[in-house]
Each structure stands twice: as C-alpha cells, then as structure tokens.
Design a protein around this ligand. Sequence first.
Ligand SMILES: [Zn+2]
Length: 462
Amino acid sequence: MMNSFGASLFVLLGVLFGSASAHAVEAKLTADCLDKSRVEVLTKEFNIVTKGEATFNRCDPSTRTYRLLQALMYLQDLKLEAFRTSEFNNNFIDERPFDFFKARTRNIVVEPQGGCRKGYIAYVQMGEETQGLIHICDISNQSVFQISSTLLHEVRHLDPKDYAHIGCTHGMLMGSSGACDARYEDGGSYAIGAEFYVKLARSKNVDPVIRQEARASAVSVFQNSFNQYPLGLKQGALLKATDGRFAFYDGDALRKFPMEAAPHSLMVARIRVPTLFNRDDSSVKSYNFGARMVDTKGVFADEFRNRMSYTQQKSLVDIAYGVNYDCKLFVRSIVCETENGKTEKMLPDYKGMGLVSSKWTVSLQKGTLYLSADNGYLYALPDKFEDFQKMAPKDWKRSPGIYHTKEVAFWDINTDIVLTNDGKIRFYIKESKSWETSKMLTPYTFESMIAPYIWSEKLEDL
Ligand SMILES: [Zn+2]
C-alpha cells in the first residue's frame, strides 16, 4: 500500500475536513450488530481494507469500518424523492444515491487512528482514480447521513473530469488550501454533498430529525464551501439592536432579519449559528434559515435552561466557544471549561462587557480570546486551559491602549468591524490605520453582533 503523505508524487485531489457543526446529531453508539448477510454482500461488492484491524467485529460500533458499513447500508436502503432542477438542486445525483457511489468506486481503505492528518474525514489521492480508491479517516463524530454524504463527495473525485478543490476565500475554512470549490453549479464534490443534503431535507419519506439536520448541513456547505456564494448569499454582520430587533448589514443595505424580537435575550454565535439565550423563559433557540427557531443542543444550552438561577442568567454577558476551551462571561466573573474541568475566576476591579475571539481580525492577535472590560481595556486570556486555571486575572496581558470594544470581527482582509461598548458600529482600516462609520448604521444602538455572518433570504426556502 502506498504511503499516503510522504510521497510528493501524489497530490491530494480532495480532502474533506471535519468542521464542528453545532447541528451535528451526536453519534449514537448503540450495540446493534450489523446484519451478517448484508455485511457479506457489501464486502463482496467493495474491496474494503481496514488498516490496523485484524478482524472486523460487526457488533462494535466504535470502529470506523462498522460506521462505514452502516452508512453504506443506509445508502442502499435510501430512496429519495424526484425533484425538479432548481437553484437548490442540479440533479447531479438521482433518487438512488447508492448507484452514484457504486458506479465510481470499488476500493475503500479504512485508515487507522493516526493514519490521516488531523481533521481529515476522508480523502482521494491523485494517481489512484483508476483503482476507484477512497480513503476513510476519522468519521467518529459524523452521523450516518453525514458519512453517506462524505462517501458521495469522495467518489466524485474519481470522475475523469478533474474535480480537485481550491483554496477557500471565505467561511470557516478561509485560507485553507484545497477545501472549497468554485461554484455550486459546477457539480464538484461539495456540490454533490450539498445536493444530497438538500434532497434528504426535502424528501418527505425521510426521518424528520434527519431532514432537519440535513438542512442545517446543507446551509453550512452553502455558506462555507463555495467561493462564489450560491443562492444570493452575502457576507455581512448580524446585529441585535438594543430594542431587541435584529438586522443584517452587508455593506450596501441594512435589512430586517427574520428572527423573533427578544429584548431579554443574549445573542451568541454557536459555531456561527445565531443562538438566543432568553432570560424571560429560560429557552435557548437557534436560527437556521427557517421561520421557526429550533431548540439548541449542547452543554451550555442545557445548563442555561435547567441549572442557572435567574440572577445568573441575568448577569450572563457573553459565551465564547474557543479553540482550546469554552467560556461564559458574567458581569463579575468568568467560567471556562473543557471536557476535563471547569474553573471560575472573579474579575478584579472591572466588569465584563464581552468576549472577543479574534480569528482573522487585523487589529488583534489572531487566535486569542480576549475579555473586554468596562474600563475600556481588552485582556488576553491564556491560550491553554491549564494556564487559565493557574493564572490570576491580574496577570492576564492587558491591551496597551483603550479599545472600548465589545466585539471585533473580520469584515474583509483589510478591515475589522467593531462594536463599541456604547453600542456603535465602526470599521477599522488596516492600511490607513483609520476608523470609518456607516451612515446607515449611525442612528441605531446595538447590543451584540455576529460577524462574519453569511445570509440570504432565499436560503429560507430550502
Ligand atoms: Zn474532496
């Protein structure tokens, strides 16, 4: 077997990166054994090589091979509805996605733990197309329908037409090489995956929970995986005004945003999905391009609903889902946690105004989580959770100057969008080191902002 990465001869055609999805259904590891005869049929139909596993246990759902076979069976059983071609659906795949898969591949290599680069879900390597070979990496955090989509994505790379990826110019994987396609209508691998999600979401015979999850997955691919935005999507900022109303600003226009007015709600981005923590009824709901908000899953949502007192809810200022750890900021304290622990720090002589996560901004250090204080300074929280646990707040690095900013975010490669402590939007231009305002936004006062946020009204029709 060829070395996957050492040989420079082999250029990757396409890699599917794992990106945490706030809407991913948690993988349910039930102890159901896979049907013996169906496993036999599938392993005859495809040459499945499991590296690093001597024998395959069809009753062990923790293995990659189990999950692969489970997804193949799901695809085998799946009959989607027939849909007319539209902006949402190009009919690259038909009602039987399994046929699309089967027509393109014969060989599947299941890589062992550590056999792929970090973050890879699956990949196809140039030079192996004639063997119809795909590699499976870490699919443990994917639900069955997502693994199915991954499989369809990968086999598209095996088509004679070169469907290799290009670098992303925006979105969650901005700057990553080989992680996007140019356009949805070109029918590359991301288009195949997205179309599969669209069809799942729209097929009435599909399980309603999967339909909802598939819709969220489709939205995420449309927002992040095509350099030319499909479906009229634009990048801008989602703003919550002090009166509880929401607006979307894209640089040219300020539009009413279809989220329910909720004056006593805290708006935070949960992996870029707008989420409202409502202090009036202890609900936590997310907007995902639909008329109805959906109940948010996850640890913080659960804690807010069930275990926070009204006083705690009221003093909750911001939530940040960081790279190394997650934090809740209260007026007088900050609580940060990982899977392994939780630590609370009292704030010294200032109040918390917001948490600023600085990926891609031009004015702050990239990748650092900052605490914005009412004294105008930003405090850089330590990169590692262990250091957060050890360090006293007085030792956090304070910004050299006064910022007075609750939120700082990427606007474009040369500009930051900033929400000031007194609720105004400003733009910081790197080249001229100057500040600009927008006439359209000047009359309003805002409480919070999610940026960059990618939105179009049309996507609500998904
Ligand atoms: Zn790919």
